[in-house]
Design a protein around this ligand. Structure first.
Ligand code: SF4
Length: 319
């Protein structure tokens, strides 16, 4: 009988160690994300993500503001990693994602944080911006699993991923909380400095969906496995909502869970970009909801109060 979360099986079978070691070794000429910087991170050389051999974290906390099946009643054990493989000019976490605030943690220290969040009663470990520190996360997970970690991991990503690396996470990660930020590469390049974002994002989403086509929830409504796609609606149609939803409906499934986010504010360098230098208008969020309805994407969450980070219950209701 396979255990849950899946990483417990992977830990016992040795797959977790094998995957963690392979990814760690690949940092010698880093190609773990679409940027292929090919720097030797094991010698603390850094590429776009400005991260060397150890993961840097800004903070960790019990988080109650995620989607209802992630935060539940006891909160999601969230670890905010510093730095990022994207360069979003409007990043709301820019102090640590873009400016690198935080400190380095050893594998043992990171494992202790995971166990501490579990002790605090969190439903899961929520890895925010994990892509560039995936090998370090998996090495820490080995230690945490040996120490009794048994709550699921949430891979909470900006979605600029390599499908083959996501493929290596089969049998390790149960829950993907993945952004699909753009339907258009020009916007992805200008606003997130992410070449070929659309192609890489779509390939990664297809792989995540292949691993668990049917999201599963427990009796309390908490997600046990599967994919939730987040889409932050940007002003002036900059996020290409229609193209994103068209792809999801056609190539994944109308049953995929979608979190449609309205809380955009022009943080960080956004004021320099005319398209996104103001907050989102209510009409724009309403239009995005209409697009979801048009593509019959009615499984998921809208924000209860437009402009805030609270989510309404399951099922986007047709207006
Ligand atoms: S993880 Fe960092 S160093 Fe490696 S390819 Fe991506 S941006 Fe470059």
């Amino acid at each position: 009988m396979p255990e849950y979360p899946v990483y417990l099986n992977a830990y016992k079978s040795g797959k977790l160690k094998k995957t963690a070691d392979a990814l760690l070794a690949s940092l010698k000429s880093c190609s773990i994300c679409p940027r292929h910087c090919k720097v030797n991170r094991l010698k603390n050389k850094t590429g776009f993500c400005k991260t060397g051999a150890l993961a840097k974290c800004f903070s960790f906390m019990v988080h109650h503001g995620e989607e209802p099946p992630v935060s539940g009643t006891r909160g999601s054990g969230t670890i905010f990693f510093s730095n990022c493989n994207m360069g979003c000019v409007y990043c709301q976490n820019y102090e640590f994602s873009q400016l690198g605030q935080g400190r380095e943690y050893t594998f043992e220290e990171l494992a202790k944080i995971m166990l501490q969040l579990q002790e605090q009663g969190c439903h899961n470990i929520n890895l925010v911006t994990p892509t560039h520190v995936l090998p370090q996360i998996l090495k820490s997970l080995e230690i945490a699993a040996a120490g009794g970690l048994k709550i699921p991991l949430v891979y909470n990503t900006g979605g600029y991923e390599l499908a083959e690396v996501i493929g290596m996470l089969e049998g390790v990660i149960d829950i993907y909380l993945a952004d699909s930020r753009y339907g258009d590469d020009r916007a992805a390049q200008e606003l997130s400095c992410a070449p070929d974002y659309v192609k890489h994002n779509r390939e990664a989403l297809l792989e995540m969906y292949r691993q668990s086509p049917q999201a599963e929830f427990n009796a309390e409504g908490l997600i046990r496995k599967g994919l939730i796609i987040r889409h932050l609606v940007l002003p002036n149609g900059a996020s290409g909502t229609e193209k994103v939803m068209e792809f999801i409906a056609a190539k994944l499934s109308p049953d995929v869970h979608i979190s449609l986010m309205s809380q955009y504010l022009p943080y960080y360098l956004a004021k320099a970009h005319p398209q996104i230098q103001r907050r989102l208008k209510k009409e724009e969020y309403d239009q995005a909801q209409e697009i979801l309805e048009r593509y019959h994407l009615l499984n998921g969450w809208i924000q209860e109060s437009y402009g805030e980070e609270r989510f309404a219950g399951v099922n986007i209701k047709p207006k």
